[in-house]
Design a protein around this ligand. Structure first.
Ligand code: COA
Length: 332
C-alpha cells in the first residue's frame, strides 16, 4: 500500500463529543484495588468520560458528525457516505452508521460500520479517503464512536481503568490546490495475535448463555503486557518504513497523532524513532483510551484550539485488536 493517487482529498471539517460525566482515577480507587498514582504512572490517564444510561454510541456519533458538518459548512443532504468506526455499536446489526444517517437527515448518504479494534479509526479513514480520491464520493463523514464503558468488567482493574467513552468525526472532501491533502496510507494485520484483545462471547464462536454471562465473557479480555510489547516492537519499524515509502523520515514530521492508549507506549514509539515527545498530540490524560474514537477526538480537539501550519506533515497511526495497525500521512 502507499501513495494516494487520484483526486486531492482534504479535511473539510472536524468535531468531537464527549459525555459530561467525568470519572477520575480517585473515584475508581474507591471501588477498585487501584490508585491514582498507579494509573497515572503506568498509563498517563487521569480521568475518562462515561456515557449516561440513556446515551447510545449512535447518539455520541451523531453529535460528533453534526459538529464536524457544521465546522465544514457541509449540509447533511450533500453527504455521500457515512462510515463509523466502532467496537461498541448500539447493536451488532443494524450498525451505528445508518442510525447516524437518519439522525443527520443525510438522505442521499450510504452508511456502514467498520470494526477493526482501535485501528478502526485508521481503517475507516482510509476507506473514506479512497472513496473521495477515486471520485466515487464527494463528501464523506468518517466517525469514531465508542461506549467501551458498557463492555468492560468494572471489577477488572487491568482493563477498566484504561478506557473511556467519546466520539470524533472528520468531513472529507475534494481539496483545491493549496489545501491540505492525504498523502499515503498503509494498513496491516497480524491475525496470529487475535487472542491479545478479545470480546469472547455473544456471537457465533460462543453464543451468549447463562454461563458466559456468569464468567463475564461478554466483556473485554486483554493480554495487556503482550499488547504493550507488540506496540513497542512493531510500530516503530512499521512507521519508519511507512515514511520511507513517501521518501521522508521521522524528522520530516511536525505532528504525531498516535492512538491514545498509553502515554508510555506513545513515548516509547517516539523515542525509538528519535522524535521528541513534544511533537505528539496527546489528550489521553483527560479521556483515556477511547478506542476507535481516540484519533478523531484528539485531532478534532487539536483543530478546535489551534491549526496546522501550511505544509506541516502529520502522521495518524493506531494499533488494536486483531492485531491490526496502520498509518496515514496528511500534509496540511
Ligand atoms: N491498579 C493497580 N495495580 C494494577 C492495576 C491497576 N489498575 N492493573 C494491574 N495492576 C498490577 C498487576 O496486577 C501487577 O501486579 P503483580 O506484579 O502483583 O502481579 C502489577 O500491577 C504490574 O502489572 P503489569 O500488567 O505488568 O503492569 P504494566 O506496567 O504492564 O501496565 C497496562 C499494565 C495494561 C497498563 C499495560 O500493559 C498496557 O497499557 N498495555 C497495553 C494496553 C492497551 O493499550 N490496550 C489497548 C490497545 S488498543
Amino acid at each position: 500500500m502507499g501513495k494516494i493517487l487520484g483526486n486531492r482529498v482534504t479535511i473539510r471539517g472536524s468535531g468531537f463529543f464527549v459525555p459530561a460525566r467525568v470519572v477520575t482515577n480517585e473515584e475508581l480507587s474507591r471501588t477498585l484495588d487501584t490508585t491514582d498514582t498507579w494509573i497515572q504512572e503506568r498509563t498517563g490517564i487521569r480521568e475518562r468520560r462515561v456515557a449516561a444510561e440513556d446515551e447510545n454510541t449512535s447518539d455520541l456519533a451523531f453529535r460528533a458528525a453534526q459538529a464536524a458538518l457544521e465546522n465544514a459548512g457541509v449540509a447533511p443532504c450533500d453527504v455521500d457516505m457515512i462510515i463509523v468506526a466502532t467496537n461498541s455499536p448500539d447493536t451488532l446489526f443494524p450498525g451505528v452508521a445508518p442510525r447516524v444517517q437518519d439522525m443527520l437527515g443525510a438522505t442521499r448518504a450510504g452508511a456502514c460500520d467498520v470494526q477493526s479494534g482501535c485501528t478502526g479509526s485508521v481503517y475507516a479513514l482510509a476507506m473514506g479517503i479512497a472513496g473521495v480520491s477515486s471520485g466515487l464520493w464527494k463528501n464523506v463523514v468518517v466517525i469514531g464512536a465508542e461506549i467501551i464503558s458498557r463492555i468492560v468488567d468494572w471489577s477488572d482493574r487491568k482493563t477498566s481503568v484504561l478506557f473511556g467513552d467519546g466520539s470524533g468525526a472528520l468531513v472529507l472532501g475534494e481539496g483545491d490546490e493549496g489545501q491540505g491533502r492525504f498523502v499515503s496510507v498503509d494498513l496491516k494485520s497480524d491475525g496470529s495475535k487475535h487472542d491479545f484483545i478479545v470480546l469472547p462471547a455473544g456471537m457465533t464462536a460462543m453464543p451468549a448463555s447463562e454461563e458466559t454471562v456468569k464468567k463475564g465473557l461478554h466483556c473485554v479480555f486483554m493480554k495487556g503486557n503482550d499488547v504493550f510489547r507488540f506496540a513497542n516492537k512493531v510500530l516503530p519499524d512499521f512507521l519508519r518504513s511507512f515514511l520511507a515509502e513517501a521518501d521522508i523520515g521521522p524528522k520530516d514530521i511536525q505532528w504525531w497523532l498516535l492512538h491514545q492508549a498509553n502515554m508510555r507506549i506513545i513515548e516509547s514509539i517516539l523515542s525509538k524513532l528519535d522524535v521528541s515527545p513534544d511533537k505528539a498530540i496527546v489528550n489521553l490524560s483527560r479521556y483515556g483510551n477511547t478506542s476507535a474514537a481516540s484519533i478523531f477526538i484528539a485531532l478534532a480537539e487539536f483543530l478546535r484550539n489551534q491549526s496546522f501550519a501550511q505544509g506541516d506533515r502529520i502522521v495518524l497511526s493506531a494499533f488494536g485488536a486483531g492485531m491490526t495497525y496502520g498509518a496515514i500521512l496528511y500534509e496540511a
